[in-house]
Design a protein around this ligand. Structure first.
Ligand code: NAD
Length: 425
């Protein structure tokens, strides 16, 4: 048997933690937070780092590095996705956990924030290796996850099948089915109708609110979407169905552009074979960098953090940015975009459809009672449009950006819960 060295750790992602902390401190300044509360909320409460072996198909053993980080539990059990990506780092997971805390608070869910990650390119593994890695990671983090403690969900590089393996692993350990330990599961094993599309659908509802608020119309508007995975592809499809012209989409290989509009449905079936978008028909090739500077009504970054930065923000020509990804815009870019009067609907509001419907799934699992899809979508609409209205009202009241308003709302709700609970002991 060959035992290989642990993989070298990837470099931290583009300063995701720096971005998250800068956003938090701006809100803390505005709220005049005392030093103690500020220190509490700028740290993650619990950080589990695991190194675990997986036997590969060729008999060798590879050691993988993974994390589960819980930022804050003041408002309820921790909730947040699980990412499989070669660039995962502890700092990135911390940032993503922190954003989950504010996001759950902005949309008023009874959750704290968490995130998990494994440093791996899932596409490089066979199905069997992926299952073994997932089951072993689930076992390693089983000491901190559970329906009452911390509930993972899909994020970049993970999907319903992976959630089913985690649910099954935890259920085997506990001796009974524990459906509520993860969300984003297939419907056949306690998932909810509407979860697969929830983040993209939430983005559609947010765009509809933005359009209504500004007296615009969706029909004939243009959109460019960076990232054609669960979030980006569903958003592109639903926006197209709502009359928007999808002029560009991209994945990590690059993008496709067609000023007359791309055929999203055809691109989706083409992608089923994991083929790179740049080899698809129906448009001209475009780089991810160029996609971000297209003159469109809506730009939806739906891939990774740190895409719109101080270096390229001046070139952005979109009228509105609606953040599907977590942390796609840095604070330096925010300042430039504000000068250019480009509206940014921030991640913690815009992509909250995923956690909202995850909450519905968890509630259904705990009650063993499942809802119709239209009920899920109607409730999603109600929750996300109310949160949009709250954020828009705060932005207007204090004359601040939607990100600043969402952070103000999210942080103040967490501070309130922290104060009500008091500091143990
Ligand atoms: P996914 O794995 O389904 O898809 C990711 C997409 O981004 C793929 O098309 C991939 O090729 C592309 N991509 C990766 N790196 C890229 C790069 N450097 N440049 C351009 N494209 C790149 O992931 P997802 O679940 O759609 O998540 C995308 C983003 O949305 C992440 O930031 C995630 O945290 C966030 N998010 C996801 C959910 C959810 O429910 N899945 C909810 C809220 C937020």
């Amino acid at each position: 048997m060959v035992v290989r060295q642990a993989q070298p750790k990837a470099e931290p992602a583009v300063d995701a933690l720096k971005t998250a902390l800068a956003q938090f401190h701006a809100a803390a300044d505005r709220l005049n937070l005392d030093d103690g509360t500020r220190a509490m909320l700028s740290h993650c409460k619990r950080e589990l780092s695991v190194n675990f072996p997986v036997q590969m198909d060729n008999g060798s053993i590879r050691v993988f590095n993974g994390y589960r980080v819980q930022h804050n539990l003041a408002r309820g059990p921790a909730k947040g996705g699980l990412r499989y990506n070669p660039n995962v780092s502890l700092d990135e997971v911390r940032a993503l956990a922190m954003w989950m805390t504010w996001k759950s608070a902005v949309v008023n869910l009874p959750y704290g924030g968490a995130k998990g990650g494994v440093i791996v390119d899932p596409k490089s593994l066979s199905d069997g290796e992926l299952e073994k890695l997932t089951r072993r990671y689930a076992t390693e983090v089983s000491i901190v996850i559970g329906p009452d403690e911390d509930i993972p969900a899909p994020d970049m590089g993970t999907d319903g099948r992976i959630m089913a393996w985690i649910m099954d692993t935890i259920s085997m350990h506990r001796g009974h089915t524990t459906a509520g330990v993860v969300t984003g599961k297939p419907v056949s094993v306690g998932g909810t109708l509407g979860r697969l599309e929830a983040t993209g659908r939430g983005l559609l509802y947010v765009v509809q609110e933005l359009v209504r608020e500004q007296g615009l119309t969706l029909e004939g508007a243009t959109v460019a979407v960076q990232g054609f995975g669960n979030v980006g592809a569903v958003a592109a499809q639903l926006l197209q169905q709502a009359g928007v012209k999808v002029v560009a989409v991209s994945d990590s290989s690059g993008g496709l552009y067609n000023g007359q509009g791309l055929q999203v449905r055809a691109l989706l079936s083409y992608q089923k074979d994991r083929a790179p978008l740049t080899q698809a028909a129906g448009g001209d090739r475009i780089s991810n960098a160029d996609l971000l500077t297209l003159p469109v009504d809506f730009l939806i970054p739906a891939a990774i953090e740190g895409q719109i930065t101080g270096d390229n923000a001046d070139g952005v020509r979109a009228r509105h940015i609606v953040e599907g990804a977590n942390g796609p815009t840095t604070p330096e870019a925010d300042a430039v975009l504000a000068d250019k009067r480009i509206t940014v609907v921030p991640d913690i509001l815009a992509n909250s459809g995923g956690v909202i419907v995850s909450y519905f799934e968890w509630v259904q699992d705990l009650q063993f009672y499942f809802w119709e899809e239209n009920e899920v979508n109607e409730r999603l609409h109600r929750v996300i449009t109310r949160a949009y209205a709250d954020v828009a009202a705060a932005a207007k009241q204090y004359d601040i950006s939607m990100r600043e308003a969402a952070m103000l709302l999210g942080v103040s709700r967490v501070v309130e819960a922290t104060k009500m609970r008091g500091i143990y002991p």
